[in-house]
Design a protein around this ligand. Structure first.
Ligand code: ARG
Length: 438
């Protein structure tokens, strides 16, 4: 790891090329001249994973070059993100701490992979990112890049640079010809991609505060959502969603469509307290209508298709997968092993799930699967029952054998007469009834 502080500002460019994950915002824009002063030639790489700014991506690349980047790369990762990372998250029914479907955590490894690709193409010596020193994203970039190429240095200058206040940053920007957007800055820290939108900071830092309506962008207020139920049928093939209402589509379009349907119905808002890897708790707000709806549908289809004991073990590994990915270990032997387990469970997870959206809720209202563990003949109490009731007696004899043996040896479960007073009451009631009848 290079020790940046040892180098003297203004030193001529001599350290080689550095690839900067560039967003066009103030931090990464200021990083361009800052890294130059540290002696690097900056190659800017802009990744599109489904942010609103994706549409301005060429302008963002031009801005990087105008500020001083020697070159810029536009990386459109949306298809790959949806097809690979979001699909893996669905197989894993991924919900960190049971609530957060992992939007930033699943995008960072993909961006890291492409930053490494650019670094190799450019013979760069290092990769820089604009993450703060308090969050999980720095860990995900650093560990991701190091796992993919342990030779590359990873720099996160926001951890230690001197531009700790906004005014210092603005001053640096002004003196280094970095254009600053005239538009008002968002009062929140936002990360957005195809899988959803994360909102932190500002008034949200007091967990008692209501989340202001302006924090939400892709979901409507549930009370303002339509008065009618919206039904959608999702088709899955081997665990992967492939169609909506019978219309086949790729994952990118499918997730975008589900974000729209869920968002319009006020579904997908999360307001939670989360445990960051770096040790602190933070209040996090997420909008993930598509992710939550698809995971819900997938989970339901798995209940239909998989044996209970597989579901039981899978749930344990799902929890572990989400933690592993949240904690920045996407490229790790353990995650690879989890994925292999999940892949083997998805072979029969094919079928259709009907979801009903209504004013902030999303409910499974139907499910069918060609190779289901659910068997109508076994389940029905009507015509066509194939369940062998006569086998139940023998089953209970053996299933209950250890417990019955114990009960016989100890003379019965002791709680039968534990509540003597209650029993006395019952007996006196019975004898009163008898006396009355006599
Ligand atoms: N807490 C979430 C996570 O660690 C979201 C992070 C969002 N990042 C941001 N820069 N606002 O995955």
């Amino acid at each position: 790891m290079a020790i940046i502080s040892e180098h003297i500002k203004g030193e001529p460019h001599s350290k080689g090329k550095i690839v900067l994950g560039y967003s066009g915002g103030l931090d990464t824009s200021v990083l361009i001249p800052w890294l130059q002063e540290e002696g690097y030639d900056v190659v800017a790489a802009i990744a599109a994973v489904g942010q609103p700014a994706d549409s301005d991506i060429e302008a963002i690349a031009a801005k990087a070059e105008q500020i001083g980047a020697v070159k810029s790369y536009i990386l459109d990762l949306r298809e790959e993100f949806a097809e690979i990372n979001c699909v893996q998250a669905i197989y894993a029914n991924s919900l960190y701490e049971g609530v957060y479907p992992l939007l930033s955590a699943i995008s960072r490894p993909l961006i890291a992979k492409h930053l490494v690709r650019v670094a190799h193409a450019e013979d760069a010596v290092a990769i820089a990112h604009g993450c703060t020193g308090k969050g999980n994203d720095q860990v995900r970039f650093t560990l991701g890049i190091q796992a993919l190429d342990p030779q590359l240095d990873v720099l996160g200058p926001l951890r230690y640079w001197e531009l700790t206040t906004r005014s210092a940053e603005l001053e640096f920007a002004a003196s280094h010809n970095v254009p600053v957007r005239a538009t008002k800055e968002s009062p929140y820290s936002i990360d957005e991609n195809v899988w959803g939108r994360a909102v932190e900071c500002g008034v949200l830092e007091d967990p008692w505060n209501h989340v202001p309506e302006d924090a939400w962008a892709i979901t409507v207020d549930p009370t303002q959502a339509p008065d009618e139920v919206t039904e959608v049928v999702i088709s899955f093939e081997k665990g992967k969603p492939v169609a909506i209402d019978g219309k086949k589509m790729g994952m990118l379009q499918l997730v975008q469509t589900m974000n729209k349907v869920g968002g319009e119905n006020g579904f997908g808002r999360i307001d939670t307290i989360e445990d960051r890897l770096v040790g602190l708790k933070s209040r996090e707000c997420y909008e993930q209508p598509g992710a939550l709806a698809l995971i819900k549908a997938h989970q339901h289809l798995e209940k239909m298709c998989l044996p209970g004991e597989v579901l039981e073990q899978k749930a344990v590994l799902e929890h572990a997968w989400a933690k592993q990915v949240y904690n920045g270990l996407w490229y790790s032997p353990l995650k690879e092993a989890y994925d292999a387990f999940f892949a083997s469970t998805q072979k029969t997870v094919t079928g259709e799930v009907r979801l009903s959206f209504y004013k902030g809720s999303c409910t499974v209202t139907g499910c069918k699967a060609p190779v289901a563990m659910y068997d109508f003949g076994l389940a029905t109490y009507d015509e066509g029952d194939t369940f062998d009731r006569s086998a139940a007696a023998g089953f209970m004899t053996l299933y209950g054998l250890p417990n019955n043996t114990w009960a016989k040896k100890v003379g019965g479960w002791s709680s039968v007469d534990a509540d003597k007073a209650k029993m006395a009451e019952v007996l006196s009631f019975a004898s009163a009834v008898k006396a009355q009848q006599a």
